[in-house]
Design a binder for this molecule. Structure first.
Ligand code: GRF
Length: 222
């Protein structure tokens, strides 16, 4: 393990409770992810993720999106705040902002997101309720690279869970969140160790083209 300042640098952007961020902090601390989180940014003052970052001793950037007249203005401000932290990889973990092409271009191939559905099913909001309404027997989460298409970037890793008759949106969300906490650290570890790359719109792991919907987590060996 290199010294702390030689490790890849991660920035996490989040708007909510931060359980995904916590899973990533824990994975960095136990060496699963050989990297360090240099900053946690949020658009929501008071978000739970900021308290978790404080407890983990990670610098926080708080930019209330209501203070910015346009998405471009918010994104430029966030880019300026991230700059001194020089992240190698930017991780969206429940970041409820639609990013502008300006932001995405700044981090193309170095910007990941996790979405609570088996993409390309149910991009956008309320994915659990939509899966239930459709009578899906399987549901899950997808880690993907971020491109200009909302929740449409190329998938990296997908994990699924059975939908039971007694499930509702809350029980399903809880089951999916557990999957998220496993697949996100795995995908991040692949990226920081140079195994996962997005090149010219194509995702490769160890130089091999990724399946269209990413690798099913159940098939992951490492
Ligand atoms: C997760 O459900 C994730 O799929 C979605 O936002 C939620 C973040 O939860 N993008 P948390 O803030 O990480 O607990």
């Amino acid at each position: 393990m290199g010294t702390a300042d030689s490790l890849p640098r991660l920035a996490i952007l989040a708007s909510g409770s931060g359980s995904n961020m916590q899973a990533i902090v824990d994975a960095c601390n136990d060496g699963t992810i050989p990297a360090r989180i240099t900053v946690v940014g949020s658009n929501r003052p008071g978000a739970g993720v900021l308290e978790r970052a404080h407890r983990a001793g990670i610098p926080q950037v708080i930019l209330d999106h209501r203070d910015y007249a346009t998405r471009d203005a918010f994104d430029r401000a966030m880019l300026a705040e991230l700059e001194p932290h020089a992240p190698d990889l930017v991780i969206l973990a429940g970041f409820m902002r639609i990013l502008t092409p300006l932001f995405i271009a700044s981090f193309r191939g170095r910007l990941l997101n996790i979405h609570p559905s088996l993409l390309p099913k149910y991009p956008g909001l309320k994915s659990h309720a939509r899966a239930l309404a459709a009578g899906d027997r399987e549901h899950g989460a997808t880690v993907h690279f971020v491109t200009e298409e909302l929740d449409g970037g190329p998938p990296v890793l997908q994990a699924s869970v059975s939908v039971m008759p007694e499930d509702n949106a809350d029980t399903l969300a809880a089951k999916v969140l557990e999957l998220e906490h496993r697949i996100y650290p795995q995908a991040i570890a692949w990226w920081v160790t140079g195994r996962l790359r997005l090149t010219a719109g194509e995702v490769t792991l160890d130089g091999k083209k990724m399946p269209e919907t990413g690798i099913p987590y159940a098939q992951c060996k490492t």
